[in-house]
Design a protein. Structure first.
Lengths: 97, 547
């Protein structure tokens, strides 16, 4: 697998990796801080947005999806879409309970 | 379709090993998808029979009111183990792991799956998960008594061994995910030249759609299980209301996996039905594309209905009517399939051999299961029958009458190809009959008792249920005896049955073009696909290919 993919891999420098890692750490501390602040109905929205940004970073950079073939992106999109639908449906219980 | 793919009487895959060993090691370390399929077959059949015995024990307890053979606590463990074994060790892996492994590569003209070693690893992960589940029964503390649904808060409070069987389900999930991954890659990368998506047999389509559910849904149960274990071990308050958690969240997460999982069970079965009906009606399948696409549709809409298991859980009213509505919509793609199957048989020249009879039995039992599902899916009626025997009857009809019946159909359909032997048709017809009678006696009374108010998961009952309970127990004897009878004549046929030719039923998908049992790499030359998958005009040319 690795040999095959590395052909079309754009090289990512260590610098980028460290930067992304720092960004992830920063977002994690924001999550923790925000958890202590009362944001009312926005709490969930903020937490989910931060989580979404973090996953986007991990998936694109660490997991190389940004530089991979289109089919992988399609597959990922299908899974992501399913997840979104599941979230929305769960909220019909959570919000109206 | 297959020109000069193989000649008869070459060494079969039983006589040729993929590794340097012979004997038992040539099996345990094999990477041949067919041998792995058979190893799964032996293991899964074993657990199925264990599950059947547990079921019969429960029925013995319920034969008469009061304590009969076990006490209440043991009964709780019995239905939990029975449920866990039947769900996680039999019905979820059953068809994909055995018949998917054996026939998916052959049906698309490939020599193996995309990742043969990963395939073997999946098998061992399955075995590891099964052993963990068994270990939990033996260890002190007592066998798990939560029911196979592990509902919070009881699964946090129960003093029996809960964490270990949970871990077992977690491990089994990985086996399922890896198998799904393997099948998706195989379908995308390994199809023979000319085998476009719309020339693939419908069993391949169904297994492909199933693989997607396996990959996307299984991680949800994995995470949920980890959270429950954490909560048991460290008291993290995620689900337990006493710790500030939300028990309904557990039910959401559990069913977000477990509802799609019922499609992991039934889709491959529907695929098998779509193979068997054209073969025995000698007629191309009606609405090929509609059936193929409806598999994908079912896989997707299967994600939208999970909370129909939670109408009485205390979730919001809005969620209740939305999920009830969505549930009714899911019935549509399943209806598409049933109508297409019936239309295929219309004016066909039907040959009622045992595999076909199993399929007829399936259509009958599965339709009852499906229609009673609508009673459970509509909000008002579900409140009345929720957690009663009505539910127990419903899910045995869909899972056992549906997928379980097709498990037997698939064995009878592909047995000559897998083992190169024929079984006795008369005994097999008796088998279908005994199964059907036993099944109806065992489960139909449960619909009536459930409607009368008999709750599920109780080891005792009021006197007014006594006669129906007794009928049900007698049914369990007929059914279990028939199952052992079937296993018996099949094992006999394995050693003593007459030799099978390459195409005993007159099928036309690729597996019927190669010898029985197949050679190690299935095809000498990868075939070029020119025909539609169920084009029976090929039968004439196939006669000349081999005798
Ligand atoms: C001869 C075969 C079988 C017999 C006699 C049998 C009998 C039973 C009985 C008596 C119960 C408990 C009902 C209650 O007290 O609530 C039960 C539960 C159950 N059965 Fe079966 N069954 C058989 C086969 C199967 C098969 C093939 C499957 C799956 C494909 C299955 C899946 C389940 C599940 C999931 C439960 C629920 C367990 C729970 O409540 O946690 N059974 N069965
Ligand atoms: Cu469901």
């Amino acid at each position: 697998m690795h040999e095959e993919n590395s052909k079309h891999n754009h090289h990512i420098g260590y610098g980028t990796y460290v930067l992304v890692w720092l960004a992830l750490l920063a977002f994690t501390s924001i999550t923790v801080t925000v958890a202590g602040v009362s944001l009312g109905e926005y709490t969930l929205f903020v937490a989910l947005s931060i989580a979404a940004i973090k996953s986007a970073l991990v998936i694109n950079i660490f997991m190389h999806i940004k530089f991979d073939e289109k089919i992988f992106k399609v597959f990922l999109l299908i899974s992501g879409f399913t997840l979104l639908v599941i979230f929305i449906l769960t909220f019909f219980d959570f919000i109206y309970r | 379709m297959a020109n000069g793919t193989t000649t008869v009487n070459e060494k079969s895959f039983y006589q040729q090993s993929t590794n340097k060993y012979s004997g038992i090691l040539s099996w345990l370390l094999t990477t041949d998808h067919k041998r792995i399929g058979i190893m799964y077959g032996v293991t899964i059949l074993f657990f199925f029979l264990v599950g059947v015995i547990l079921g019969v024990l429960m029925r013995l307890e319920l034969m008469a009111p009061g304590k009969t053979i076990v006490d209440a606590q043991t009964y709780n463990s019995l239905f939990t183990l029975h449920g866990v074994i039947m769900i996680f060790l039999f019905i979820i892996p059953g068809l994909p792991a055995i018949f998917g492994n054996f026939f998916l590569p052959i049906q698309i003209g490939a020599r193996d799956v995309a990742f043969p070693r990963l395939n073997l690893l999946s098998y061992y992960i399955y075995v590891a998960g099964a052993l963990l589940a068994l270990l939990a029964v033996i260890l002190p503390g007592g066998a798990i008594d939560t029911g196979w649904t592990f509902y919070i808060p009881y699964s946090i409070r129960s003093n029996t061994n809960v964490s270990l069987p949970l871990l077992a389900a977690f491990v089994l999930g990985f086996s399922s995910i890896l198998t799904g991954l393997n099948f998706i890659t195989t379908v995308h990368r390994m199809r023979a030249p000319g085998m476009t998506f719309f020339k693939m047999p419908l069993f391949v389509w169904a297994t492909y759609a199933t693989a997607w559910i396996q990959i996307i849904a299984t991680p949800v149960i994995g995470i949920t299980i980890v959270l429950v274990i954490l909560e048991r071990l460290f008291g993290v308050g995620i689900f337990d209301p006493a710790l500030g958690g939300d028990p309904i969240l557990f039910q959401h997460l559990f069913w977000i996996y477990s509802h799609p999982a019922v499609y992991i069970m039934i889709l491959p079965a529907m695929g098998v039905v779509s193979e068997i009906i054209p073969t025995f009606a000698r007629r191309t399948i009606f609405g090929y594309k509609a059936i193929a696409i409806s598999s994908l549709a079912i896989a997707f809409v299967g994600y939208l209905v999970w909370a129909h298991h939670m109408f009485t859980s205390g979730m919001s009213d809005t969620a209740r009517w939305i999920f009830s509505l969505l549930t009714f919509i899911v019935a549509l793609p399943s209806g598409v399939k049933i109508f297409n199957w019936v239309a295929t048989m219309y004016k066909g020249s039907i040959d009622p051999k045992p595999p076909f009879l199993w399929v007829m039995s399936f259509i009958f039992l599965f339709s009852i299961g499906g229609l009673t599902g609508l009673v459970l899916g509509s909000l008002a009626t579900d409140i009345h029958v929720h957690d009663t025997y009505f539910v127990v009857a419903h899910f045995h009809f869909v899972m056992f009458g549906g997928t379980g019946t097709i498990f037997f159909a698939a064995i009878h359909y592909w047995f000559p190809k897998m083992f190169g032997r024929l079984y006795n048709d008369k005994l097999a017809t008796l088998g279908v009959l005994g199964f059907f009678i036993g099944f109806m006696l065992l489960y139909f009374p449960k619909f009536i008792m459930g409607y009368m108010g008999m709750p599920r998961r109780y080891y005792d009952y009021l006197p007014e249920f006594a006669s129906l309970q007794l009928i049900s127990t007698i049914g369990s004897w007929v059914l279990a005896a028939t199952i052992f009878f079937i296993v018996g004549y099949l094992i006999h046929a394995l050693f003593k049955g007459p030799k099978a030719g390459s195409n005993p039923w007159g099928g036309v998908t690729l597996e019927w073009h190669i010898q029985s049992p197949p050679t190690m790499e299935n095809f000498k030359e990868i075939p070029k696909i020119t025909h539609e998958p169920y084009d029976f005009s090929q039968l004439k040319e196939m006669k000349n290919e081999y005798s």
